[in-house]
Ligand binder design. Structure first.
Ligand code: ADP
Length: 515
């Protein structure tokens, strides 16, 4: 991994905001060091955008086994971090802290604890979740709190992300309420489907006193310990990653059992749309693609398409629309609807010149992999499936495809469709959550539409949207303006970072007023 371009070259950030805040951003993944999905991208881009606005931001994240502190030239802190572990035989674990400064002055601190993180995989390996995840992320949450306490400056905001940090607000409030009086604890939900649920017998991993085992705060109705549920009740403020998703998660259908808690906290919950990091995800700077391009050099996109077709072993057919899918393979992502839809569409073709080609990049369990593999085998000149996680290929698909299909059942924000637009790759999406917030349908709004939206996730509706996209592609006079419009949409972090900043500043002012 070449990390040189991420490491700071001594930049000074001017204070854009009125008040410079000290923010600790805790995340279980941070691109490019560790990433399983959108959280990793957000955890690198949002801190940077806040630092660009003049804030002092420190990211805290685990040092996983695939990360080499020497190769990354990290500096080791002389003082280890003592993390109490009441649940263990030992009373504390000494974690080594490693740090470096990233672009725009963001500092990143890696927590090294061999027994928890010194292995391959973030949350599991080979489709199997690690058995000690309850322990691992209780430890991480506690490490975040101890790090915050040890911070040399008063911490204004402790920003926790997803269930992996769900226990941090509880630890802070239970053990150190006074110390955290002036620190606002914000919890962001990146995906409510993942809550960190464990068998009740794992409660000991939290190290919390018995009283927490006797209330419903940390337990689901079905008796499981639920880390996110705890965090959502103890954090001072909640955010999620799109306004649409903020509404959805307060409904029974979208709340994954937590809708009532979220309804009760609706005054403290706000949806702020994720942004795109255009220093990484833009066709004029992308380091992974062979021909860079922009609105004025769209020919470059054609060359990326031909290269992608060639690399994937598809016939090089400029006139056929090339569809791309870049996805974790899970129930959420609608792969079970996509596969039969594509099969029907391609089976019905009457002419070689009709239809489309499709490349799919996806990591996930055998049930989805096998279905996609079979689909590819049925249509060898039309469909290619590349299993696994491949960052460079994700970029090449963005640049080389004409259309990106995102048929998610629900989608908190979704980044791939946002990135796609910048590459002139027109999205086909299901109207849900952040997909509905970011893509407007061409038929609904011929002047401003940026993609094709299916209102419900059925085979018919998805097929209709794909067919509309394929037909539009064949009319370049119509297609080109659509591409250009998509490329001109600005989803940079600038606006979103301002929204986080306003939230953080108002929370900080409330803390000060309360004193
Ligand atoms: P989620 O967080 O639910 O996975 P998002 O759309 O928010 O979905 O973010 C997905 C991120 O993960 C994007 O950066 C996308 O390029 C990347 N990604 C998803 N699957 C793969 C894969 N198999 N290989 C490489 N990158 C992937």
């Amino acid at each position: 991994m070449d990390l040189s371009r991420y490491i700071s070259k001594k930049e000074s950030s001017k204070l854009v905001a009125n008040q410079r805040l000290n923010i600790i951003f805790a995340s279980s993944e941070v691109a490019p060091f560790s990433k399983s999905g959108g959280l990793g991208d957000v955890a690198s881009a949002l801190p940077r955008a806040l630092a660009q606005r003049g804030h002092n931001v420190v990211i805290v994240t685990p040092l996983y086994g695939h990360l080499d502190s020497e190769q990354m030239r990290l500096s080791r802190r002389l003082q280890p971090l003592e993390v109490p572990r009441k649940s263990k035989q030992q009373s504390k674990v000494e974690a080594t802290l490693w740090e470096t400064r990233l672009n725009h002055g963001v500092r990143i601190v890696f927590v090294e604890a061999e027994e928890y993180f010194g292995r391959q995989g973030l949350y599991g390996y080979d489709d199997q979740a690690f058995e000690d995840n309850a322990d691992r992320f209780a430890f991480f949450s506690r490490a975040v709190v101890e790090f915050t306490r040890s911070f040399a400056l008063p911490v204004d905001v402790l920003h926790c992300n997803d269930w992996h940090t769900g226990l941090a607000p509880i630890y802070a409030k239970h053990y150190f309420d006074e110390e955290f009086q002036d620190t606002s604890i914000v919890m962001t939900i990146h995906n409510l489907a993942y809550q960190g649920k464990f068998d009740a017998s794992e409660f000991d991993a939290t190290g919390l006193p018995q009283k927490y085992a006797d209330t419903s705060e940390l337990f689901d109705e079905d008796g499981n310990v639920n880390y996110l549920k705890g965090g959502l009740q103890y954090a001072d403020h909640l955010t999620t990653v799109s306004p649409g998703y903020a509404d959805e998660i307060q409904t029974e259908a979208g709340g994954f059992g937590l809708h009532e808690i979220l309804q009760n906290r609706s005054d403290d919950l706000v949806g702020i749309l994720n942004g795109a990091d255009y220093t990484v995800w833009a066709p004029d700077v992308d380091r992974h693609i062979s021909v860079r391009y922009d609105i004025d050099s769209l020919n470059g996109k054609r060359r990326n398409k031909a290269e992608l077709q060639h690399r994937m072993g598809l016939p090089i057919r400029p006139t056929l629309p090339l569809l791309g899918v870049i996805s974790r393979l899970t129930e959420q992502k609608g792969i079970d609807v996509l596969v039969p839809t594509i099969r029907t569409l391609l089976s019905d073709l009457e002419d070689e010149r009709d239809g489309f080609q499709l490349v799919i990049l996806g990591e996930g369990p055998p049930q989805f992999r096998d279905a996609l593999q079979e689909l590819a085998e049925s249509f060898p000149t039309r469909v290619v499936f590349q299993p696994g996680y491949d960052e460079a290929m994700a970029h090449r698909i963005q640049a080389g495809s004409d259309v990106l299909v995102v048929p998610s059942r629900f989608e908190p924000c979704g980044l791939t469709q946002i990135y796609a637009m910048r590459y002139g790759t027109v999205p086909v999406v299901h109207s849900t959550g952040g997909l509905a917030d970011t893509v407007s349908d061409l038929r609904e709004d011929p002047e401003k539409g940026t993609g094709f939206v299916c209102q419900e996730l059925t085979e018919d509706a998805l097929a209709g949207a794909i067919e509309r996209a394929s037909a539009a592609y064949r009319n370049y006079r119509k297609w080109r303006p659509l591409m250009v419009r998509a490329m001109e949409r600005d989803f940079s972090w600038h606006e979103s970072a301002r929204s986080y900043e306003s939230l953080f500043t108002s929370l900080h002012q409330q803390e000060q007023a309360a004193e």
